[in-house]
Design a binder for this molecule. Structure first.
Ligand code: ADP
Ligand code: MG
Length: 262
């Protein structure tokens, strides 16, 4: 773990703003993620963290500012194009197909990310899908092995313990071969053994050169993983720094303890 602020900027937002009606969910937010970093985004519930991921991945249009990935503007592009450029994500509420196998769930990353048969074609098992499935099988199996799910490759996803379902979501994201991985509260609902496994996996992913941007509530996880931490409150960045700097910061302590919102 090291803070290489001289590394190339992977992701940069400049005065990013999002409104929902009268609510400013993300307010003039500027931050940078450098290559090879694990960055954490923290903040009380409702502070705008998930909205930031939804803006980066093109799920919502932005209302102001801009987002650059590897030096090119990405706001305005459709989600699949953003994924194709190298940004993959997981969701705060797990999104896997319980009645499909672990392998097929991971394979969905291919359909979505790399311009192959679309998710709907994959679901309806077309001829194109069958061809691509064979071609992609090796890559998917490699990822399943990397994340430690190869033993349950042919199990239905719903039969996996929750912690492994969350790892399956990460596997599906990795199948798209991202340069930047966005994780929205990956440890939510996990027990401490599962959290340990998850932490080790996130480090291992980062060691392969993938930059990581993680929204996380559990401070022990942020402290263990993050090179750099951004703190949001009411949509605005109130602090950034190393974990040790952040946790001494009076504004951060006030945001977490003062309002009793979290
Ligand atoms: P966090 O992930 O930090 O808990 P969110 O980004 O989910 O926060 O939400 C930030 C604020 O934006 C909240 O007040 C939430 O109710 C509001 N919000 C999020 N998504 C929508 C939406 N699609 N429509 C209206 N309001 C939303
Ligand atoms: Mg959220």
């Amino acid at each position: 773990m090291g803070i290489d602020k001289n590394g190339n900027i992977v992701l940069k937002t400049d005065s990013l703003t999002k409104r929902f009606g009268g609510l400013v969910a993300v307010n003039n937010l500027s931050f940078e993620v450098h290559e090879g970093q694990i960055c954490a985004l923290i903040g009380p519930n409702g502070s705008g963290k998930t909205t930031v991921l939804n803006l980066i991945t093109g799920i919502y249009p932005i209302d102001g500012g801009r987002i650059d990935f590897l030096g090119e503007q990405i706001n305005g592009l459709p989600s699949h194009a953003i994924c194709w450029r190298g940004i993959a994500r997981t969701f705060q509420n797990i999104r896997i197909l319980g009645s499909q196998t672990v392998f097929d769930n991971a394979l969905l990353g291919k359909g979505y990310g790399n311009g192959g048969a679309g998710v709907f074609q994959i679901m309806f098992d077309t001829a194109k899908h069958r061809q691509e499935r064979a071609a992609f099988a090796e890559e998917v199996d490699e990822v399943l092995k990397f994340v430690g799910l190869e033993d349950v490759r042919n199990e239905l996803a719903r039969n996996l313990p929750y912690g492994r379902q969350r790892i399956l979501e990460i596997a599906r994201a990795l199948v798209t071969k991202p340069k930047l991985l966005l994780l929205d509260e990956p440890a939510a609902g996990l027990n401490s053994a599962e959290i340990y496994t998850l932490m080790e996996l996130i480090k291992k992913i980062n060691e392969t050169g993938i930059s990581v941007f993680v929204i996380e509530h559990r401070m022990e996880l942020v402290g263990e993983l993050a090179d750099w931490v951004f703190v949001l409150n009411y949509g605005s960045k109130i602090a950034e720094g190393t974990f040790d700097e952040i946790r001494e910061n009076p504004a951060v302590i006030e945001a977490y303890l003062g309002k009793g919102r979290d």
